[in-house]
Every structure is written in C-alpha cells, then in structure tokens.
Design a protein around this ligand. Structure first.
Ligand code: GLY
Length: 294
C-alpha cells in the first residue's frame, strides 16, 4: 500500500464516520466513503478503474441497506465518476435492483451524475502493456485473452475493488462496493460487485458484508449472503468470514477479502489474499489502516 492510498483510506473512514456522527444513515456513510475512493484514482474503482480488453472502462457498483432490504446496483456502466451514486439512485428512485450497460449509463445521465471522460490514450497504452506482459497471467486468463483475440481479431489488453460497511445510530447496517473489475476481462464481463448476495449484502437481522476479490469465485458461492447467514445464526464476524473464505479456497481456489459488520457493532476484516488494504475507525484517535488483517 502506498502512502497516498493509506491517507486516502484514512480520509474516507473519517468522512464516513462524520456522516454517522451527524446522525445520518448508514447508506449515506457508505456512499460518502466509497465516493472518496472512486474519485481518488488510487484504487480500481471510478477514476482508477481497470479497462476491459477492448479498451473500455466498464464499472460495477452496488449498495444495500438492512432495515428494509433495499438494494441498487449498476453493471458495465461507463463515463460516470461515481458508480456508487448511480447504484444508490437505482435503489431509491426505481422499482428495480440492477441496471446494466448503456442503459445504466443513460440512467446516470438522466440524473445528471458527474461524468468521467473516456480513458486517455496513456491509460489504454498502459492497459495494453499489461496484457503484453501476460507472463504472469493464469492459464484461464491467457485463455480469455486468446478467446478475445479470436473473437475480435485485435491484439490488445490490460490489468481491487473498493467497499464499505456501516452501522448507524438507528441500528441499521449498510454495505456497498464499486469496481473496475479484474485483469484481462472480456468486454461485457461482470463480476460479483453488482450482484446482491455475492459482492454485498446487508440485513439488520444479521449484519453487513462487502467483498473484494475474484468475482468469478465469489459469485459461485454467493459469499456475502453466505457470511450474512452465519451472522444471523449468531456466529461472530471473524469466524463467519473465516469459515466462508476457507470454503471459497477449498472448493474453488478463490481469492477474496471481506468486510463484515454485525448489527451489535462487532466487525472483522479477513482475506485469503496475502494483503488487503482496509481500515476502520471508531471515532477516537486515528483511523486504523493496514494491509494485513488476521
Ligand atoms: N470483485 C471484483 C470483480 O471481480 O469484478
């Protein structure tokens, strides 16, 4: 983790906590926190999002609140600076949960959400260079790249997710996440982040969960809901996260990190990856920001 990332995470935690201190909702706090991370360009979300293999920046985001189980999400949205806000508007202004692609982008335009310019030439070049150095890619990623080349006749390519959970004074929890996806994505690929129950879940009877990691494995275990179910059964957050993450690794060699918060305020940050840049703040002293949690 760079110093800039550490500072940005601390700023985002303070901003989110300030929202809660003013007695605003957990949803407000989650959105405010994620907006800072999206705008920073320091993480794989919003401004810093990865590009898909065709050079497009398609982003996913979702948000959920635990009192009425309301949720909103966008997938493959483009040219929007804050996909998390688009997800929130889906939750609050529509009868739907998930909008995708060009229609999601048009929806964001309708609500006059701040625009994000198309990826610069420098960003596209960096993305291609990453694909060319595919020596580090897994066999499955190389297969994806070969498939894309065969489909499009083009020879291009490139190379985490941000999230937050919060508990407000009324006892309501919320979870959110926003991402530019993973390395070597086929155009149109959607990960776990906008899928409720996979990338995020929030239920006041259980708690709030936000996931990072390889979406293809997180989706198949519906990880966020699986962790929430354990919270509802009375399991503490650290154990709930560990049980489900261990299953993810054992069953499909998945790689993921989880932010887990129970409605009684107990929380845990756990990951199967060597590092996970994350933090928490309880309102006194300095926010805790680390890249390893055990
Ligand atoms: N967890 C982010 C993604 O797989 O897209």
């Amino acid at each position: 983790m760079t110093a800039a990332q550490r500072n940005c995470l601390a700023d985002a935690l303070v901003a989110g906590y300030d929202v809660l201190r003013r007695s605003a909702s957990a949803v407000n706090a989650v959105e405010a926190t994620i907006r800072i991370l999206e705008a920073s360009g320091l993480f794989n979300a919003g401004v810093g999002s990865r590009l898909q293999l065709d050079g497009a920046r398609r982003m996913d985001a979702s948000i959920m609140e635990g009192r009425r189980l309301r949720a909103g999400a966008v997938a493959a949205i483009e040219q929007v600076r804050h996909p998390i806000t688009a997800a929130r508007i889906v939750m609050e202004e529509t009868a739907h949960v998930l909008l995708v692609g060009e229609s999601a982008t048009r929806f964001a335009r309708h609500f006059k959400l701040e625009r994000q310019p198309l990826p610069t030439r420098a960003k596209r070049n960096a993305s291609r260079a990453m694909v060319r150095s595919q020596g580090q890619a897994s066999e499955l990623q190389r297969k994806t790249l070969r498939l894309y080349r065969a489909m499009s006749g083009r020879n291009t390519a490139e190379l985490g997710t941000v999230g937050a959970v919060a508990l407000d004074r009324s006892g309501t929890v919320a979870a959110g996440a926003s991402t530019g996806g993973v390395a070597l994505m086929l155009p149109g690929r959607v990960g776990d982040t906008p899928l409720i129950g996979c990338g995020v879940y929030a239920d006041d009877a259980a708690g709030a969960v936000s996931m990072t990691g390889l979406g293809e494995s997180i989706i198949r275990l519906a990880v966020a809901k699986e962790i929430a179910d354990r919270l509802e059964a009375g399991v503490v957050p650290a154990t709930a996260a560990r049980l489900v993450l261990d299953k993810l690794v054992a069953r499909m060699h998945g790689a993921a990190g989880a932010l887990v918060l129970r409605t009684d305020g107990r929380f845990a940050i756990r990951h199967t990856t060597p590092h996970m840049c994350a933090g928490y703040w309880l309102g006194a002293g300095k926010p805790v920001v680390k890249d390893k949690f055990e």
